[in-house]
Design a protein around this ligand. Structure first.
Ligand SMILES: CC(=O)N[C@H]1[C@@H](OP(=O)(O)O)O[C@H](CO)[C@@H](O)[C@@H]1O
Length: 504
């Protein structure tokens, strides 16, 4: 371990000596921990990080002033659509996707390093359960979808199909996530195919460029954003692991969308057949201020303009057909070829510009008192996963239906949108629609037929509770076998046991 003297010299070089302010009064344990934490920070990188944070903060935050003139919607030839394509085209895309999956060329990669601050939980978001009858957590739903897609692809092509699941965690989420997976037997996935790795952390910095001490023995650190993916891939030799396994295509997604399709054969097939190196799923934005990034072009180059960086005036602009001009909402569901990721990590990562988030960061004051600041006092720097889109040679977007694919869990139930309740309803409404489509009929408690309500008003509860295990059906496929022409009372919980009992 480095001595206090060494660490002090390094911090002097970085202009951050104040971090040792309380070192002398610490007990041996905390002191060693602090020195170890500080020793890991490379002085020049730390100096640069703090300088950039303060400089970025000195510029006006929010929308870029000259954005309006540089922005354009994506040209139609770059956009495919799940809802506006004919069944034969969709079938071809799906077939191609399954073919690639069956050859073990597809991996999924989960971005799960975030702290869930808005949701207000202290544990990883993936461990959250939104109150489904099955009580499944987001992680379990995702694990079961992976198993089901492995099974579907394997059956179609008579292969033993494996979909490696890469999970990017952070200092906050690695330990609890790993423990959770162990406790749940990896949800019956082979642990060798669940690869967890950690993204980097960066110090939070004051407006005048000083790293913040959160306690006398600890600096305030935050994950480096979901765009920390590219450094983390390098740090942890993940692309080599993918190469060893023969993975060519990676479906990246963030943890909080309860409806996420993973891996989605249709999306993958579309991207592969279009020869894309990089792709993004989009949904039509629901309203101008919706907190989703906009997939568009800046100076003729495809990219995402994040909701925090677009002005309300631009967000409200209408297109020729009356809808929003910038309507392609990013749902954080991306396709990358391994080759593209290799290029990004080798060449382009250093070019990614960090984005500034001004936050309330608890700190110790000069006297050593813990302070919870009433207003923002610190800067966190984050990279965004989609900031690599401009480096793609052939970028495509793929439009999907919101009610089938996007219901993110962002806020606690006290919020008015994107809450556990809206996520639960979205999933149950989807399963109810699937059941109706497969020919199920529902009866009330007295045995009378209930009217069918396939399109529910807004965020309303479906008239019956119907939950379908992803192990039985993950896209609404193959349900006729169990449901066609049959009558059910609420709740219908179609898990593997029930499916077995219903099989003719
Ligand atoms: C950097 C990043 O990936 N931001 C994404 C991500 O934002 P959050 O701040 O995590 O909610 O998820 C949104 C979809 O839920 C997407 O629209 C947005 O662009």
């Amino acid at each position: 371990m480095a001595s206090e003297q060494d660490v002090r010299a390094r911090l002097q070089r970085a202009g951050q000596e104040h971090l040792l302010r309380f070192c002398g009064e610490l007990a041996p344990g905390p002191r060693a921990a602090l020195l170890a934490e500080l020793e890991a920070l490379e002085p020049d990188a730390l100096r640069e990080h703090c300088r950039r944070a303060a400089a970025a903060c000195a510029r006006p935050l929010g929308p870029l002033p000259d954005l309006a003139a540089r922005l354009q919607p994506l040209p139609p030839e770059r956009v495919g659509s799940a809802s506006r394509s004919d069944p034969e085209t969709l079938r071809l895309w799906e077939e191609e996707g399954f073919h690639q999956i069956a050859q073990n060329k597809v991996a999924v990669l989960l971005l799960a390093g975030g702290q869930g601050t808005r949701l207000g939980v202290t544990y990883p978001k993936g461990m959250y359960q939104v109150g489904l009858p099955s009580q499944k957590t987001l992680y379990q739903l995702q694990a079961e979808r992976i198993r089901r897609v492995e099974q579907l692809a394997g059956q179609r092509y008579h292969t033993h199909c494996t979909i490696p699941w890469y999970i990017m965690t952070s200092e906050f989420t690695l330990e609890p996530t790993a423990k959770f997976f162990k406790e749940h037997g990896f949800f019956h996935l082979d642990p060798d195919n669940v690869i967890m790795f950690e993204q980097r952390m960066l110090p939070a910095v004051t407006f005048n460029g000083k790293a913040i001490l959160e306690r006398k023995d600890k600096i305030a650190m935050a994950p480096d954003g979901n765009g920390g993916l590219y450094c983390a891939l390098m740090d942890n030799h993940i692309l080599e692991d993918m190469e060893r396994r023969g993975v060519e295509f990676v479906h990246v997604y963030c943890v909080d969308n309860i409806l996420v399709r993973l891996p989605d054969p249709v999306f993958i097939g579309f991207c592969v057949l279009r020869g894309a190196d990089c792709g993004a799923k989009v949904v039509e934005k629901a309203y101008p201020e919706e907190p989703v990034g906009v997939v568009c072009q800046v100076d003729g180059v495809p990219q995402v303009v994040e909701y925090s960086e677009i002005s309300p005036e631009i967000a409200q602009l209408c297109g020729p057909e009356g809808g929003l001009l910038y309507s392609e909402g990013n749902i954080c569901n991306h396709f990358f070829t391994r080759g593209f990721l290799q290029m990004v990590t080798r060449e382009f990562e250093p070019l990614l510009k960090p984005h500034v988030a001004v936050k309330k960061v608890p700190y110790v004051d000069e006297e050593g008192n813990l302070v919870k600041p009433p207003k923002p006092n610190g800067i966190k720097m984050e990279k965004f996963v989609f900031d690599v889109f401009p480096f793609a040679k052939n970028f495509v977007a793929f439009e999907v239906l919101r009610e089938e694919e996007f219901s993110p869990l962002k806020n606690a139930d006290s919020g008015d949108r994107d809450t556990p309740s809206t996520a639960r309803r979205a999933l149950l409404a989807q399963h109810y629609r699937w059941a109706l489509r497969a020919g199920a009929q529902f009866l009330d408690a007295c045995g009378a037929r209930l009217p069918e309500l396939p399109s529910l008003p807004g965020s309303g509860d479906p008239p019956v509770i119907c939950e379908i295990s992803p192990l039985v059906s993950c896209f609404g496929e193959d349900l006729e076998t169990y449901l066609q022409g049959r009558e059910f009372q609420s709740p219908l919980i179609l898990d593997e046991n029930r499916a077995r009992a219903l099989r003719p």
